[in-house]
Design a binder for this molecule. Structure first.
Ligand code: PAF
Length: 284
């Protein structure tokens, strides 16, 4: 069957009502478009694990704390729809900002996102996670998915969305999907399209430094491991580490010793020229 393209909230509600009325499960993949293989790995899971796969394509203005970042965010709707149809997606929800936020983009309440939202991205992008919670909670209420799929490149986002789902009492299974990488190790991201040829050549150094640090961490302290990653990446032309934090994978709070937690992840944000790239690596 041809993929349905839904533009309005009322058509979406009709689609969801009919699907659930027929006893079918919905797998939702929320995206901001400019789709790549990373997104498609989420879409494949949603198609395989649910009766109906629904993908949203919406560049959410409320999660951008930088207007230039919002204006330059890559958009390619026609190509996105072509890729999604090829994956066997049942329907795409691609609303305008006015349709998504008929009462304006102002939030009517602050979400309780826990301490996980205050560190790292929370510190460097004030308001970002409130905006993510605003759009994702609205999508969950409209789409009523059984499962929702999120990429682990945005490791912190998954933790924050789990907290939002708990505090808003939304019944949905959050499914994390592993990072997809280019052959040279760079984590796939819509923002990679903004890199110049020269920046694209050096960007894989982010993952190379993180991967090296896993071996290094076996005989070095948390602080030495942290410093070796930052020094290696900062030494590369065009690259500037915004933060690198080695954290407990559940609380996202920084750790000082490897023995402190059974679940440890290093989360990094690097400016490659003006393009902000994020990545992470698991230590244990
Ligand atoms: O990860 C993203 O692309 C966005 O933050 C999301 C979850 C689609 C919300 O706009």
């Amino acid at each position: 069957m041809a993929m349905q393209i839904i533009r309005s909230v009322s058509d979406l509600e009709a689609f969801v009502g009919k699907t659930l009325g027929n006893g079918k499960t919905i797998g939702l993949v929320p995206t901001m478009g400019a789709l790549h293989e990373g997104h498609l790995s989420l879409v494949k899971r949603a198609v395989a694990e649910n009766d109906v796969a629904l993908v949203s394509v919406f560049v959410n203005p409320t999660q951008f704390n930088n207007p230039v970042d919002l204006a330059t965010y890559p958009r390619n709707e026609e190509e996105d729809f072509r890729l999604l149809a090829g994956e066997g997606v049942t329907a795409v929800f691609a609303p305008t900002v006015e349709e998504m936020y008929p009462e304006g983009t102002e939030r009517d309440h602050e979400f309780d996102l826990g301490t996980a939202a205050e560190v790292m991205e929370g510190k460097f992008r004030p308001g970002h996670f409130q905006g993510v919670a605003q759009v994702v909670s609205r999508l969950f209420r409209l789409c009523r998915p059984t499962r929702a799929y999120f990429g682990e490149k945005d490791f912190q986002q998954i933790a924050v969305i789990r907290n939002m789902v708990d505090s808003e009492h939304i019944d949905v299974e959050i499914v994390p999907v592993p990072i997809k990488r280019a052959d040279d190790g760079l984590a796939l991201s819509s923002r990679n399209a903004l890199l110049t040829e020269e920046q694209r050549k050096v960007a894989p150094e982010i993952h190379a430094a993180l991967a090296y640090s896993v071996e290094y961490s076996k005989s070095h302290s948390v602080k030495a491991t942290h410093d070796t990653v930052v020094e290696r990446i900062d030494a590369v032309p065009h690259m500037n580490v915004e933060y690198f934090e080695i954290v407990d994978g559940r609380t996202l709070l920084p750790i000082d010793e490897w023995e402190e937690s059974p679940d440890i992840v290093g989360c990094i944000t690097v400016y490659c020229g003006k393009v902000r790239l994020i990545d992470n690596i698991r230590y244990k």
